[in-house]
Design a protein around this ligand. Structure first.
Ligand SMILES: O=C(O)CCC(=O)C(=O)O
Ligand SMILES: [Fe+2]
Length: 344
């Protein structure tokens, strides 16, 4: 697998047609200095404050952890994060994700201008944003090669923006992109025990684009571009991602509604509990075509994981665990749990 640096498309920002042409050719854009650095730093400090409160950080130092760009990041106390009981860890991550400034950052005018230029029409910013707090050793399980479309559904023209909240170095790894991988629609998957979802895109990966990134830089890629998080052997990797689509196209309900709790729980942490806040429930004013999530591909994958489990295929371990925890069919979940125990 050949590693090459991202193609820097920053200078195409002034030329909408060439910018859109580059995205259509390569399946992604690497753009420097799109987001205001002070706004990124504000979110980073708030996330780090929550991490410190949870006891997840070692003493902040100004030596040793200094990154090349001069951002001083405290080191993560990996053992403390590992010791943290699951529900507490989820609560801390949820508190990070709820931060109003995180949501506001992903609505920044400078970023929306780029996405409107690329989509050529009014844009829906997906309400469900993602914050990733990746401690070094957690990265033995990576996001793995995948396309966003099967999970996001709705408009196939959806674009993802991925942005680091702290510098991405070769050690922390960032988001690797398989250039020109977006041209053949939805690609097949294969079982893979080392990824978060238990599957990865089943295509040969010859060339990968990656590289260091600074706060303010953004990667934009299509819903069919193959990409995945790189292993993190360094310090904390902090990033945010969000999806943007043409407002006129269908959007999947799961990109708008939360699985656990409702949006008012999120806004409870916002100033004035989000009352009269233009960022709260903003999509309710918009003429959305909301469609149901189509579970057929997930169901087929659950069946495949079960079949592989019955063959004692160790590659099915993670997919069986996900099926055991999340299948909508209790009999399938129970069989997945039993097959997983048999594999161990
Ligand atoms: O940061 C990662 O590990 C994965 C991010 C990703 O898959 C995305 O933003 O769509
Ligand atoms: Fe993704």
């Amino acid at each position: 697998m050949e590693q090459q640096p991202y193609t820097d498309s920053t200078e195409l920002l002034a030329d909408r047609a060439r910018l859109a042409g580059r995205l259509a050719d390569d399946g992604y854009l690497y753009l420097r200095d799109v987001l205001p650095e002070a706004e990124v730093a504000r979110v980073r400090h708030q996330v780090l404050a929550l991490a410190a409160e949870a006891g997840w950080l070692r003493e902040a130092t100004t030596t040793g952890t200094s990154q090349p760009t001069g951002v001083d990041l405290p080191a993560v106390d990996v053992e403390a994060v590992a010791r943290c009981p699951g529900p507490t860890r989820q609560a801390v991550q949820k508190a990070m994700w709820c931060l109003r400034d995180l949501h506001a950052l992903l609505h920044s005018t400078s970023l929306l201008t780029v996405l409107e230029a690329l989509l050529g029409e009014p844009v829906l910013v997906h309400p469900r944003k993602v914050l990733r707090f990746v401690a070094p050793e957690r990265s033995s399980v990576v996001s793995g090669w995948h396309q966003d479309y099967p999970g996001v559904q709705g408009s196939p023209r959806t674009l993802t923006a991925w942005t680091p909240l702290a510098p991405v170095t070769p050690d922390t790894g960032g988001l690797a992109i398989v250039p020109r991988s977006h041209r053949d629609g939805v690609l097949p998957l294969r079982l893979c025990a080392g990824t978060i979802v238990g599957w990865e895109t089943d295509v040969p990966v010859d060339v990968v684009h990656s590289g260091p990134m600074n706060p303010g830089d953004v990667l934009v890629f299509t819903a069919h571009t193959v990409h995945g998080g790189s292993p993190n052997t360094g310090g904390l990797r902090l990033s945010a991602d969000c999806r943007y689509q043409p407002l006129s196209e269908p959007v999947c309900r799961d990109c708008v509604e939360l699985d656990d709790g409702d949006w008012d729980d999120v806004y409870r942490t916002w100033p004035g509990q989000g009352r009269d806040d233009p960022l709260a429930h903003y999509w309710r004013e918009l003429p959305l075509d909301i469609v149901a999530y189509d579970p057929r591909a997930d169901v087929a994958r659950e069946r495949e994981a079960i079949a592989a489990g019955r063959r004692h295929d160790p590659a099915a371990a993670r997919a069986l665990q996900v099926t055991a925890e999340h299948s909508a069919d209790p009999a399938v979940a129970a069989e997945a749990a039993a097959l997983l125990r048999a594999l161990a």
